[in-house]
Write a protein that binds this ligand. Structure first.
Ligand code: ZN
Length: 890
């Protein structure tokens, strides 16, 4: 059942138009589909027509108006034999939305109808050529009870609507753009909308709507603002205009992913739409802006130009993540005093996720290239590699070609491929031809799996005043995956040289007549290459891979002093942060090794490191947002990943130890910071205020880890009581939970009462408890208790993520308890979700895929847990993950 990329063949039939009629009823919905089909001149002749269909009941089938019996049905779908070259097919079938817990196809959430069709959900609605290279024009008629479902939405434009007998009504929608079935959507229910009208570039008026349940209407303004900003940004940066008369966003509580870019009718997880100051944190506000932008940008990169097959997923996802990252950076810069710093903080956040999640994925059994070679279940390939590494691959085009060159490539891409389903190669070709550049070598970024390492060696020749840098690319052998480089990659490697005064040198390569810029993008296109800089008067410190110019790991033997120097002076803010992270990671790993042998007591730290971080903390010329990022320690998962054998307990001890040391050594600074970075006045999610709150709340967190717990308790309690926004309230609650005792219990009770009717806030209530770091707290017991709370349900993915996923990722030391109690919990929940919601179950299953990386005692127990799941798994989603995890290392 493995599908291979190289097996692609064009579809034997094309579908030009489809008319869909829905009789919407919760228990059993009837779907009538009338399609105009014809043989694809581009494909090999095939006498029969094979349509995909899952969990459907066929009611009737007519070919050119005549009942058709020359057909067969199996689990995969419907086959119609001996069809003519062009014909009309009319199918009537039924599906069962109320019993659909997979959240794919047509389902119910809070009593409203929603659909999710990407990647292969349309086949759970009706029989169809459910593949992205079959693009049809859709007309949709929805009929439903008017009282229960007053709002009826689908893609495109509303053509007509009206009442029907028996308390029913209908709406007819037409989407003028041909689209693949994965972009189909419908929504029906009791919803209300925030509306805006805007004029776009060409002078056309557009209707924008954000649809929610009535009690959430006060939480739609931020999403609407983000949508308007996104529309203007895509016009300004890429010359891309909204192509429909109306654009709708609908919020749904039960959703597997973040959101979905259905043509003209985006459907969003409530988490990425709803915000008011009381219920949403600063990160929620930022995520909403990013996801609203992301889905809107798909309208061109994904919908107007779509994917030929699912192996090309990164064609739309990598590109659209890149576009949403650029949007967020431009928005942050526009609202900031220091635009460059705001941009850098955005970049740091993006890279942090890549390094934590994607690098780990690329070193484990699920490692795959940005353009995967094979899959069993495509839903398992909506991954950090396809999305985040894919975005880095797109960013490298821009780094190599410049902003203007990249824009020219985009223009050519749309000129050539508007209305088509294409491949990653087509995108690369457009970039190459628009810039008259040979980008053949760049293809390896799409086919190579594993994170490349770039080993850097440098040599200063004092007599010749030259500085030589040698870059060598290679892969490290990792468990499970045979990483050999098929060919060298083209790596844009940005570099600067910092002199003893902390100033950048104007770089001049051998052979160049004059010194140039301070940052140079070297193009590494061989296994090893040497670059010689001339007129270098004193020995510099190299600043490597500035702004993270390529998704690689840099190996260079920096001394602690050099890292402290770069942390203090590098003109590239990203690399300043990176120097700090390198330093602190090194320190934490040494402490973890020590913790494996002996107890960590007294002061084990190099004072110069504490001083270096203290100087950043006190440096008022740096933005609060940046200082917060520098002083945030790497996560336990990231640290465990850096060990030869992951030891979660040792990592936890080391990290808690360093937190306490930094808390106590800098306690005076933390108190000052806390007092100084208040944000008086009404809540505003501006980059400046968000930075202030982030730094202040980091200070509160450090103080609650310091000796001054009474002081911290007072601050946390006061902040909790007075908070007018969720960032401050949840940070205060986290500190109170950490400090424990009666105040923690009282605050938890208050928080629950206050937000009982706000599911997204209750998610935070679960997550804050599951991620607490109190050593004496038995979290597995707590998680089990919370699973019996009346507000917990396995049917809501946000709730499952809030409690179970947060616990496992936030508290690896307790999850990996040596008695195996964490793994027992994992087995139970994977199997429980396996039948309910395979997609979510597979995500949970992945949390044990790195089992081979752990210390022998843990490894063995994890192996057993995986075997237990394998013995009773039903879904191919989970089976694929477990199979890959267990496959013996080559
Ligand atoms: Zn996307």
């Amino acid at each position: 059942s493995t599908i291979h990329r190289t097996d692609y063949t064009p579809p034997p039939f094309l579908i030009d138009t489809i008319e869909l009629e829905f009789e919407l009823e919760a228990e059993r919905t009837t779907v009538t589909s009338k399609m105009q089909l014809r043989r694809n001149p581009q494909a090999a002749y095939c006498p029969e027509l094979q349509l995909s269909g899952e969990a459907l009941q066929l009611i009737s089938l007519r070919l050119d108006g005549v009942a058709c019996t020359n057909r067969q049905i199996d689990e995969a779908g419907l086959t119609v034999y001996d069809v003519p070259d062009a014909f009309e097919l009319t199918i009537v079938n039924a599906c069962e939305p109320a019993s659909n817990t997979s959240l794919m196809g047509l389902y119910l959430s809070n009593g409203h109808f929603f659909t999710q069709c990407e990647a292969q959900g349309f086949r759970k609605i009706t029989y169809f050529l459910d593949r992205p290279d079959v693009m049809a024009r859709y007309t949709v008629i929805l009929r439903a009870n008017k009282a229960a479902y007053p709002i009826l939405l689908s893609n495109g434009n509303l053509i007509e609507a009206g009442d029907l007998p028996n308390g029913k009504h209908y709406a007819k929608w037409h989407d003028p753009f041909a689209k693949p079935s994965y972009l189909f959507a419908l929504v029906a229910g009791q919803l209300v909308a925030l509306e805006e009208r805007i004029i776009t570039h060409s002078g056309a008026q557009k209707l924008l709507q954000v649809w929610v349940e009535a009690h959430d209407l006060d939480k739609t303004h931020h999403a609407m603002d983000a949508l308007i900003h996104a529309i203007h940004w895509d016009e300004a940066r890429f010359g891309l205009e909204l192509d429909l008369e109306r654009f709708m966003i609908v919020a749904v509580s039960d959703f597997n992913m973040g959101a979905m870019e259905n043509k003209g009718l985006n459907i969003f997880n409530t988490k990425y739409v709803l915000a008011n100051p009381q219920t949403a944190t600063d990160s929620d506000y930022a995520n909403i802006e990013a996801v609203v932008g992301h889905e809107y940008f798909h309208n061109w990169t994904g919908n107007r130009v779509t994917c030929r097959d699912w192996f090309q997923l990164s064609l739309k996802e990598g590109l659209t993540v890149f576009r949403d990252q650029e949007f967020s950076a431009d928005m942050a810069a526009a609202g900031a005093v220091n635009a460059a710093a705001a941009r850098a903080s955005q970049r740091i956040e993006n890279v942090r996720i890549l390094q934590q999640v994607q690098f780990a994925e690329d070193a484990g059994p699920m490692a795959h290239p940005v353009r995967p070679e094979s899959y069993v279940e495509i839903n398992n390939f909506y991954t950090a590699t396809v999305y985040e590494k894919g975005a880095e691959v797109v960013r490298m085009y821009q780094t190599l070609l410049g902003r203007d060159g990249f824009r020219q490539g985009m223009d050519l891409y749309f000129q050539r491929h508007d209305g088509q389903a294409v491949s990653c190669d087509d995108f690369r070709q457009a970039m190459a031809e628009a810039n008259q550049r040979d980008l053949a070598q760049f293809e390896h970024w799409y086919s190579q799996l594993g994170t490349p390492y770039v080993l850097v060696r440098s040599q200063y020749d004092e007599a010749a005043r030259t500085y030589t840098v040698t870059l060598a690319q290679h892969y490290k052998p990792v468990l499970n995956a045979p990483y050999t480089a098929s060919a060298p990659l083209l790596i844009p490697f940005a570099i600067g040289l910092v002199d003893a005064n902390g100033q950048d040198l104007a770089l001049q390569l051998a052979g160049e007549g004059a010194p140039g810029t301070a940052t140079r993008v070297l193009e590494l296109n061989q296994a090893e290459q040497t670059f010689r800089f001339i007129n270098v008067q004193t020995q510099p410190v190299p600043s490597l891979l500035r702004d993270f110019s390529a998704p690689v790991i840099v190996e260079y033997d920096y001394t602690d002093d050099e890292l402290i120097f770069l942390l203090a002076h590098d003109s590239d803010p990203f690399n300043r942060w990176a120097a700090g992270q390198r330093l602190v990671t090194r320190t934490l790993l040494a402490l973890a090794r020590q913790a494996e042998r002996t107890q960590l007591t007294g002061n084990q730290l190099n004072q110069s490191i504490i001083d270096a971080f203290g100087r950043i903390l006190r440096d008022e010329t740096l933005t609060p947002a940046f200082r917060e990022q520098v002083l945030t320690l790497p996560t336990e998962i990231y640290l465990a990943e850096q060990m030869d054998q992951a030891d979660p307990a040792a990592v936890h001890t080391a990290r808690q130890y360093l937190r306490t040391q930094l808390a106590n050594a800098l306690s005076h600074d933390w108190s000052t910071i806390y007092a100084r970075h208040q944000t008086p006045g009404p809540y505003q999610p501006t980059p400046a205020d968000m930075g202030q709150r982030a730094l202040k709340n980091l200070a509160l967190s450090y103080l609650s880890n310091s000796k001054q717990s009474a002081h911290a308790l007072h601050l946390a309690q006061t902040q909790y009581d007075r908070a007018d926004n969720m960032s401050d309230r949840s940070a205060a609650l986290a500190a109170l939970i950490h400090l424990g005792g009666q105040p923690a219990q009282a605050a938890l009770a208050d928080f629950y009462q206050r937000f009982e009717n706000e599911p997204l806030a209750i998610d935070k209530w679960f997550a804050l408890q599951a991620t607490q770091q109190r050593a004496e707290m038995d979290l597995i017991k707590l998680v089990r208790t919370l699973m019996h709370h009346p507000a917990f349900t396995l049917k809501n993915p946000n709730r499952v993520r809030a409690l179970i996923f947060s616990f496992i990722s936030g508290n690896p030391a307790q999850f990996h308890a040596t008695n195996g109690s964490g793994y027992a919990l994992w087995v139970e929940q994977v199997l429980a979700l396996d039948t309910l919601n395979p997609q979510l179950a597979a995500r949970l299953a992945r949390l044990l895929e790195r089992w081979r990386k752990f210390t022998p005692a843990l490894r063995e127990q994890m192996h057993e847990a995986l075997e237990t799941v394998l013995a009773s798994v039903h879904s191919k989603d989970v089976r694929e993950i477990i199979d890959k995890a267990l496959i013996s290392a080559p």
